[in-house]
Design a protein around this ligand. Structure first.
Ligand code: UDP
Length: 154
């Protein structure tokens, strides 16, 4: 399993408005993941519709696009062993009401339509790389050595 697996993560507009960026970043840092990209940005209509394209025919699609474009987000790329699945584990379930305490959605959310965070789906092969490419140019991602890597990986 590669220590260099990358996944796309985003604090959604509700998480930004509620001041949760720092806490969410800390959780991933504490876990041992390495940030290799990050930007505070506003998602426009086109990007929202592309990012959530798989849900285009769902009844919640228009509301989801309105929500994700309603204010700034903090988009990130995190790297580490099994990063995509581990981030999803830390996020909890899609519905915060079904998410265990200790997970991000279980600690900070109550409502399905305001679930604080997005992370690439580990069950959707290649979703992480596709989403990274959608939000980041190659030159916005940073290759760097973190001093604790020999203590995180055997
Ligand atoms: N969503 C919603 N209503 C629903 C299902 C999903 O508003 O009934 C939103 C919710 O914000 C979710 C996003 O659509 O995070 C994408 O849904 P997906 O099933 O991909 O969940 P995720 O991968 O975010 O857990």
């Amino acid at each position: 399993m590669s220590e260099h697996e990358r996944t796309f993560v985003m604090v959604k507009p509700d998480g930004v408005q509620r001041g949760l960026i720092g806490d969410i970043v800390s959780r991933f840092e504490d876990r041992g993941l390495k940030m290799v990209g990050g930007k505070f940005m506003q998602i426009d209509q086109d990007l929202a519709e592309e990012h959530y394209g798989e849900h285009a025919d769902k009844p919640f699609f228009d509301g989801l696009v309105d929500f994700i474009t309603s204010g700034p987000v903090f988009a990130m790329v995190w790297e580490g062993q099994d990063a995509t699945r581990q981030v999803r584990n830390m996020m909890g379930e899609t519905d915060p009401a079904e998410s265990a305490p200790g997970t991000i959605r279980g600690d900070y959310g109550l409502d399905l339509g305001r679930n604080v965070i997005h992370g690439s789906d580990h069950e959707d092969e290649g979703a992480n790389e596709r989403e990274i490419a959608l939000f980041f140019d190659e030159d916005e991602l940073v290759d760097w050595d973190k001093i604790d890597s020999s203590w995180l990986y055997e």
